[in-house]
Design a protein around this ligand. Structure first.
Ligand code: ATP
Ligand code: MG
Length: 174
């Protein structure tokens, strides 16, 4: 399935904006969290992925970004080309993730600081599922973080070159 990421990200973020900006929303609880988009206008970010699975992954990461953001925090979502890959970054200003846990957060049931996490709710499965899904889509996912400054989740996928889009190849749903 050929997906255009500019439009996809915008529609996902529209949904999060709607929830975050609506008064009395349980999810946001008026925490005044803002989403900033650094998404180019031109629809040129084509990737061969499954739209629904990708939505699930981005929902997971965005839910974490909101959950672990401080009140008044900004979540910056950007889309850019890096080499021959398309890169999505989701950066929050939350409490961050210790260095030794940067890969462990993608493990099943792993949660940084059990007591702190328990208060936030959740099972510790979100990122494990996200990583599995990203790998079935031939992408990569990792996190960079500075404690007490924030975390940035990055995802890369192979870019579908224009020549392929124009070649008339039949793209079957996988
Ligand atoms: P759920 O299954 O509901 O998603 P969860 O959010 O605790 O539960 P994961 O999404 O897998 O589980 O995340 C694993 C752990 O990684 C979290 O418990 C948290 O400690 C840490 N983590 C994830 N995202 C962030 C973030 N944006 N900032 C800080 N810590 C994070
Ligand atoms: Mg989660």
């Amino acid at each position: 399935e050929i997906v255009e990421l500019n439009a996809m990200l915008n529609s996902i973020l529209d949904r999060f904006d709607m929830i975050l900006l609506s008064p009395n929303a349980q999810f946001s609880d008026n925490r005044k969290i803002k989403i900033v988009r650094e998404i180019p206008e031109t629809p040129e970010f084509w990737v061969d992925i499954d739209y629904d699975k990708m939505t699930q992954v981005l929902d997971n990461i965005m839910n974490n970004a909101v959950k672990y953001s401080p009140d008044g925090g900004t979540i910056t979502v950007s889309l850019e080309k890096v080499g021959h890959k398309v890169q999505i970054s989701i950066a929050d200003q939350g409490l961050g993730i210790p260095k030794e846990d940067l890969t462990r957060v993608f493990g099943r049931f792993f949660r940084v600081d059990k007591s702190r996490s328990r208060a936030q709710g959740g099972t510790g499965l979100g990122l494990a599922i996200a990583k599995e899904v990203v790998e079935t889509l031939n992408g990569e996912i990792w996190v960079e973080s500075e404690e007490n400054k924030g975390s940035t989740f990055k995802l890369t996928f192979n870019y579908v070159e224009d020549e392929l889009l124009l070649s008339g190849k039949n793209w079957d749903d996988d």
